[in-house]
Design a binder for this molecule. Structure first.
Ligand code: ADP
Ligand code: MG
Length: 416
């Protein structure tokens, strides 16, 4: 969809902002450009809409060298969102959002109707339409920025650190909202951030840049976590990449064992005979009630009479990741994670060691083309379905709410 072929950008002062970049971005996915400050992310992004012209190499869009397309026409198909929404302060929110449709010559009525639609799409109440940007929170402004970028319904969206200027809670809300929006819109999005967590949360594919404008690795988030290409990437991804990788493994992929699971109506003698220090007590539907410590069981009677220790939490084999499973094991008084099915009935248990062995055995999905970063700049198709599911889960788990936020957009033209 968007292809960089041996692209470099050198400034007259001798700075190499981007160095021999070859990269192909999939249609309909989110590609994140991530790396330390000054590594060439913004320059790379702006070469897509010709705000910056390469010194060498070719950028093409849907197979066409973008130098053959005049800049205003090119930008009509490319929305642009920047860090501080970049809204026009003296125009109402509705008029800000209507900017591009008006530029395209739509009637005022039609442009405003479209703007009202977009306001709703980004989760802002209609009453905001008449306000001015300064009357909105940073997060809300950022949303308006996104709405403005979507004005002409461009197939491509460039976003340069759009959520970096808001506080962490609003940022998490904006990210969740952004994932929801993309599920609806399926735009081809190039998203710049310096935050690797944001990259992993949002990206279908991630291009990690190192200082000097060099591409260090282009891969799916899970492969970046599982197999960083070198020490730079490993360091950038962080010390806890093993734990974070668990978010991309489905709990259903890790093997469970039956364990000592007994109904509350069972006699305590059965629990003692189990030869386990802890017995999981369940109701008639096999839903877990709690753990019974075998050493503390009464002499006689049933498990219904035994003191139970709360579970901590269970994990679902239908929706949860291996990360939830491991957490369940770590918090459980018996050190055993309890896996349940869609009805909440116990399927089995596993301790942290067993989970970790299971995770190690779970395959990292091949992203063959995406892996061929340096050599042949082929591209990963579109993050595979599993990774998407996992990512959605992560997003849901971390920020289920919706909030307000800010956004900024530029129809291409003069923003910087
Ligand atoms: N107009 C310019 N003239 C000279 N150097 C520039 C110019 N724009 C960017 N640079 C330099 O190019 C490098 C990459 O910049 P940029 O793409 O903005 O990095 P990032 O967005 O990753 O922080 C930096 O060293 C920056 O100082
Ligand atoms: Mg930048």
């Amino acid at each position: 969809m968007i292809k960089f072929d041996a692209v470099s950008k050198n400034y007259p002062n001798g700075t190499t902002a981007v160095d021999d970049l070859s990269l192909e971005l999939a249609e309909g996915g989110i590609t994140v450009l991530v790396g330390p400050s000054g590594c060439g992310k913004t320059t790379t992004l702006r070469m897509i809409n010709r705000m910056v012209e390469p010194t060498a190499g070719t950028v093409s869009l849907r197979g066409r060298d973008i130098r053959e397309v005049n800049a205003p026409e090119l930008r009509r198909g490319i929305g642009y969102v920047i860090q501080h929404a970049g809204l026009f302060p003296h125009r109402t929110i509705l008029d800000n959002i209507a900017t591009v449709p008006l530029l395209l010559g739509w009637s005022r009525k039609k442009a405003r109707a479209r703007a009202a639609e977009l306001l709703e799409l980004v989760g802002l109440p209609g009453e905001m339409a008449k306000r001015y940007p300064s009357q909105l929170s940073g997060g809300q402004q950022q949303r308006v920025g996104v709405a403005r970028a979507l004005g002409a319904d461009p197939p491509v969206l460039l976003m340069d650190e759009p959520f970096s200027a808001v506080d962490p809670i609003v940022r998490a809300e904006l990210q969740a909202e952004f994932i929801r929006l993309q599920k609806e819109l399926h735009k081809t999005i190039v998203f710049v951030t310096h935050d690797i967590d944001e990259a992993i949360k949002l990206g279908d594919n991630i291009a990690v840049f190192r200082t000097g404008g060099r591409l260090a690795q282009f891969d799916t988030p899970e492969r970046l976590l599982a197999q960083p290409a070198d020490d730079f990437v490993a360091g950038f991804v962080g010390q806890d990449r093993g734990i974070r990788r668990l978010s991309f493994v489905k709990a259903a992929q890790v093997p469970l064992r039956e364990g000592a699971v007994l109904s509350a109506t069972s006699p305590v003698t059965r629990a003692r005979a189990s030869d386990e220090p802890w017995v999981l007590v369940v109701d008639a539907e096999r839903r877990p009630l709690g753990w019974a410590a075998v050493a503390e069981l009464p002499e006689s009677g049933t498990l219904a009479d035994a003191p139970l220790t709360p579970l901590g939490h269970t994990f679902s084999l239908v929706g949860d990741s291996a990360r939830a499973a491991l957490d369940s094991a770590l918090l459980s008084p018996s050190r055993l994670a309890v896996g349940v099915d869609a009805d909440g009935a116990v399927v089995g248990v596993a301790d942290a060691h067993e989970l970790s062995a299971g995770v190690a055995a779970a395959e990292v999905p091949e992203a063959a083309e995406a892996a061929a970063v340096d050599a042949a700049p082929e591209v990963a198709k579109d993050g595979d379905a599993e990774s998407r599911v996992a990512k959605d889960e992560v997003a849901k788990g971390v920020d289920a709410k919706t909030g307000d936020a800010a956004g900024s957009v530029g129809p291409g033209g003069g923003e910087r």
